[in-house]
Write a protein that binds this ligand. Structure first.
Ligand code: NAG
Ligand code: NAG
Ligand code: NAG
Ligand code: NAG
Length: 429
């Protein structure tokens, strides 16, 4: 029983390590408490409960096949018709919950938020985080900092009741394809560079792989009968795949029996669809996960979005919208924020930086259709973005995922008014 007892806490510590912002002791109490908190409050299913019934702009996407028409009839509402269309109210005081979605540049925003220091449960790290704000009082004076009351990242929300106190969500999002590319690079054991960061996720993955191989060898030596401990997601995934194109090709869907017969295909599908394991980190904590944890529980919450691709532009704009007098020119520069470099977690030293194209990319787009649906949903909700910004966000997706299902296939409103089944048929043909 060398490993038996500590398995659960080991696993939790691992997830915790993976969600970098949540450094230090991640205890089961928080996970359990938070989980209960969530379960109690789940009252709306984003896919079946319209948030605002009857605002029914339900543009027909006219997909070519009658089959997809039939299935879209059963899921005929869409995010745009089911979420309240909001206008910005400049006068009201706000209480912002920062929804830090992994691999979206959220780390950069987090660094500017005093309340996010509470994510650091290691007292000395928390202290040095708070010290930064003491040393430079102007940091704390940004409208965003003054109005942000909490943050959520992976399994952790601080303070635990932040959602019920919030009036506004600030969400960081990124093109879903690029988010997956970034996720893969960040996890790949080949990207562990101990000279840059021994504690990086890639290094944690590498250590876990080594430990599990060692354990398996020991078990073999002992000849434990039937004691085959199932490998963790990490071992199974990296035994199957060394590159993202390999993952993409394994997502080929036209042969269901293949997927059933081949554990790697099934594993790729599950993983990319966010259903594999919390240990798969930010692919598991996906746009739908955060939607469920926030908007689904508070459909009336005002939503602002910062796009990774336009991080500083969007952040400046959000700051100006949050400014007391709505001064359009209240920028982050004026508030002396940290330098505008990218927080990359040392990713410039990554060796595994393969991109993805061709059929592998098209299979990936298909497997991500649900994720893209929620991405479009977040963008659509954003009160700080106008239609040009929203279109830009969509263009980033159509750049990778061609779809030939509609004449006006690149129009944001068309995408925002589509339902999940239609989105799938668009991205999977
Ligand atoms: C797939 O994995 C499961 C459990 O790990 C195993 O029982 C099954 O035999 C595997 N199937 C194939 C085809 O390898
Ligand atoms: C979101 O909530 C819906 C409805 O409760 C559920 O079916 C779905 O699995 C959830 N998805 C995630 C990623 O949490
Ligand atoms: C904003 O712009 C106006 C007009 O250009 C200027 O008078 C004002 O000082 C600026 N406000 C700040 C806080 O920089
Ligand atoms: C940050 O990354 C983006 C996207 O890769 C790039 O366009 C931008 O120039 C970078 N900014 C800095 C300051 O390095």
């Amino acid at each position: 029983m060398l490993y038996g007892g500590s398995n659960r806490s080991q696993r939790l510590r691992f997830i915790f390590g993976i969600c970098i912002a949540v450094v230090a002791l991640f205890n089961a109490y928080i996970a359990t408490y938070h989980h209960q908190h969530i379960v109690e409050k789940v009252t709306t299913d984003p896919l079946t409960t319209p948030f605002l019934s009857g605002s029914g702009r339900n543009q027909d996407f006219s997909p070519s096949s009658t089959a997809s028409r039939a299935s879209s009839a059963t899921l005929s509402h869409s995010l745009i018709s089911s979420t309240p269309h909001q206008k910005l109210d400049r006068t009201k005081p706000r209480r912002v919950l920062f929804v830090h979605i992994g691999k979206t540049g959220g780390e950069t925003i987090r660094q500017t938020l005093r309340v996010a220091c509470r994510m650091r449960q290691n007292p000395s790290l928390q202290e040095s985080c708070l010290q930064k704000f003491k040393n430079d009082p102007s940091l704390g004076k940004t409208p965003l900092n003054q109005q942000t009351i909490g943050t959520i990242h992976c399994l952790l929300m601080v303070p635990a009741n932040a959602l019920s106190k919030a009036s506004t969500l600030l969400v960081s999002v990124r093109n879903p394809i690029e988010r997956v590319i970034s996720w893969f690079r960040y996890l790949h054991p080949g990207n562990c560079n101990p000279l840059v960061d021994k504690q990086s996720t890639a290094c944690n993955v590498k250590k876990a792989l080594r430990r599990e191989r060692k354990e398996a060898r020991k078990r073999q030596k002992r000849g434990t009968k039937g004691g085959d401990k199932p490998s963790s997601w990490i071992t199974r995934f990296f035994q199957c795949f060394d590159s993202l194109p390999q993952v993409g090709l394994a997502l080929k869907r036209d042969d269901a029996s293949l997927a059933a017969a081949n554990n790697c295909s099934a594993l790729a599908q599950k993983t990319i669809r966010g259903a594999a394991s919390p240990i798969s980190s930010h692919i598991y904590f996906n746009y739908e996960y955060y939607w469920n944890q926030t908007l689904a529980l508070g459909p009336e919450l005002e939503t602002m979005v910062v796009r990774t691709e336009y991080l500083w532009e969007d952040l400046d704009h959000v700051q100006s919208l949050l400014h007391d007098d709505g001064a359009e020119n209240a920028t982050t520069t004026q508030y002396n924020l940290p330098p505008r470099n990218n927080h990359t977690h040392g990713s410039e030293s990554h060796r595994h930086v393969d991109s993805i194209s061709g059929p592998a990319l098209q299979y990936l787009c298909c497997a991500l259709s649900r994720e893209i649906y929620f991405y479009v949903g977040w963008i659509h909700r954003a009160v700080n973005l106008d239609v040009v910004h929203k279109q830009q966000a969509l263009d980033g997706v159509t750049k990778y995922c061609n779809n030939k299902a509609s004449a006006n296939r690149d129009d944001f409103l068309v995408w925002a008014t589509t339902d999940l089944a239609t989105m799938e048929s668009m991205l999977c043909t």
